[in-house]
Structures are given as structure tokens and as C-alpha cells.
Design a protein around this ligand. Sequence first.
Ligand SMILES: [Zn+2]
Length: 200
Amino acid sequence: MPPKDVEAGEHKTSIAVWDLVSPLVIGRTAKVKVGAKCAAGCQLTDHGVEIHDASGKTIARAVLGGTPWPGTSGLYWTDVEFPAPAEAGTHTFSLTSEHGGAHSEFSFIAVKPPDHSVTIQVHDKTTKETIADVEIRLGVYRSITDARGLATVDVPKGSYALTVWKLGYELFSTELSVADTATIEVEIAVEPEPAQPYWM
Ligand SMILES: [Zn+2]
């Protein structure tokens, strides 16, 4: 058994999360990677890490894996599944490691389950041709257009800021009310060339 409750002073440990898919969907299970590293260089395999909700209640526990994260010395990690909150909004949960008594926090957005599919097709304002690799944001949801200039975003009913942008084009933004599955056509304009200096 690994030692528990090691004195924090001797074994200052840091703990962090990464690869959290955002936004979380309320009431569903979320996945994240949790890693911890001890300043004294301890092997942290099988040491416990915990996730706590905003009230401090422990909602998930896992043990760190056998090998450090590639390219790091001593960052032991594990996948942890935890229940997303029941309420939509921004939440801050906390993390602790048994080893070294590390504590840290992470924030995320939780949303209602998507129930409508919005398809956005992007055209060039002048040529009317479809444009690929355009970044689409609909509220907190993101997508990117495919070779046919199409991107689909699944969202709950509601009102969203739609922004459409690609390098070399002017930013397009509008307010979009989503009440049903819909297809939207957007035209974006090539960014004007900067004015030529007079001596050219
Ligand atoms: Zn240690």
C-alpha cells in the first residue's frame, strides 16, 4: 500500500486536469485526465486522486497509473469519470491528491442537452463559392466547415451569438434564435487589402 497523508511540507505535490471536453452536458458523465507530481520525485502509481463538486462533496475517485505522462518526469496521471452537474452554467470543481495533500480547482461550462441541429453553410460574398475551414461559434458551441462549406452544431433551443470567421475574411456575427432544426446561409467578405502607401 502506498503511504497516505504524506506531510505536505516534505512532499509538495501539484495536481491538474486536462482534456476536459467542453461544454459538459448536464446530468451526463464527463471525462477528464488528472495528473499529479510530487516535488520529492515520488512514484505516485496507485495513489488516489479525487474530484469534488462545488459543495466539496467527493464525486469521483481514481488511482494514478503506472507510468508518467510522456515527456514529463514524474507527472502521474489517470482518466477520471465524474457526473456533470445537474444545473446549466459555469461551475468550479476541485481536485485533491492523497499524496502531499495537493489541492486545485477547475472551471467549466455545463449546458442543457442539445435538441436542435443547426447547419451553417458559408459562401464567399463575391464569388458565391462555398468556403471550407471556416470557424463557427454558436454560443459556447464550436465547429468548422467541411469541404462543402457546411458545419453542423447541435444546440438546445435558445438565442445565440453566431460568429463566422476565417483568416483573410471579415468577421461575420449575428444573433441567432434557434427554435428548431435549421439551415442557415452565411456570406463572408474577403478582408480589404490594406491601402497602398503613396510611394508605390
Ligand atoms: Zn512525495
